[in-house]
Design a protein around this ligand. Structure first.
Ligand code: GLP
Length: 243
């Protein structure tokens, strides 16, 4: 893993935004895998402002988001679709058909997961998958467990993960859905390049385990050690426990 340390989250976000925009200029049909959460808010702010300032051609870029809450769709506050519209899609000139998101309101969630895998394949696979990390080491909604799912699937959320997501639901954990749809470990690991961003001391233990610990399904991010092109971008807090 290639580890990069930054003084603060703004420096990290600005470096990654510049790289993503450069990647779009080198490959106009870039396929991006995108995360939600608090961590990438600064990244999307930078990407928006750089796209508005410069001439970034988003018209052929395709995106696939990592996950979505079961039962929620575009119009629902708290959905990752609503987050992505507000943080990125409403501000760049992407073709709506080039936006890949799981539909948490689909009548048949298993079929929706299978559709997503096919759509990623048909797009030629993900060029750059951007990830955050949960404090328990989850990526997407692949939670610590004895066994992990390879492909996009319906996942039961752990109490700590629901609590960590309560901010998107007015602070009320009871309103956080109990299940979500998520890319699986193979979906993520098949990306040609992976960039994981982590900020804040509450991520330091998961980050240290991911980088220096054994590969274990109990810390799903540790599976990234098997991928040959992973960059981990950390602020000071998230790097505190590194060897
Ligand atoms: C959520 C998302 C993940 C995200 C993680 C960290 O549960 N499903 O994709 O990376 O938690 O979120 P945050 O950046 O808000 O700490």
């Amino acid at each position: 893993m290639n580890i990069e340390r930054f003084d603060n989250e703004d420096a990290l976000a600005s470096t990654l935004a510049a790289r993503l925009i450069e990647a779009i200029s080198l490959k106009p049909r870039l396929v991006l895998g995108l995360p939600t959460g608090r961590t990438p808010v600064a990244l999307y702010r930078e990407v928006r402002s750089r796209s508005q300032r410069g001439h970034v051609d988003w018209s052929q870029v395709r995106t696939f988001n990592l996950d979505e809450f079961a039962g929620l769709g575009g119009g629902d506050a708290g959905s990752y679709r609503a987050y992505m519209q507000a943080e990125l899609f409403d501000h760049v000139r992407m073709e709506p058909l080039n936006v890949g998101m799981l539909d948490g309101r689909a009548a048949d969630l298993a079929a929706e997961c299978a559709r997503y895998e096919r759509a990623i394949d048909q797009a030629g696979g993900i060029d750059i998958q951007v990830l955050g990390i949960g404090a328990n080491g989850h990526i997407g909604f692949n939670e610590p467990a004895d066994a992990l799912e390879a492909e996009t699937h319906v996942a039961a959320l752990q109490a700590a993960t629901r609590a960590a997501n309560a901010g998107w639901f007015g602070g009320d954990v009871a309103r956080v859905p109990t299940h979500a749809l998520s890319m699986g470990m193979a979906t993520i690991l098949h990306a040609r390049e992976i960039v994981l961003m982590a900020t804040g001391e509450e991520k330091a233990a998961a980050v240290a385990g991911m980088i220096d610990g054994p590969i274990t399904t109990r810390l799903p991010a540790s599976l990234l050690q098997v991928h040959s092109r992973v960059t981990v971008m950390l602020d000071r807090g998230a790097a505190l426990r590194l060897a």
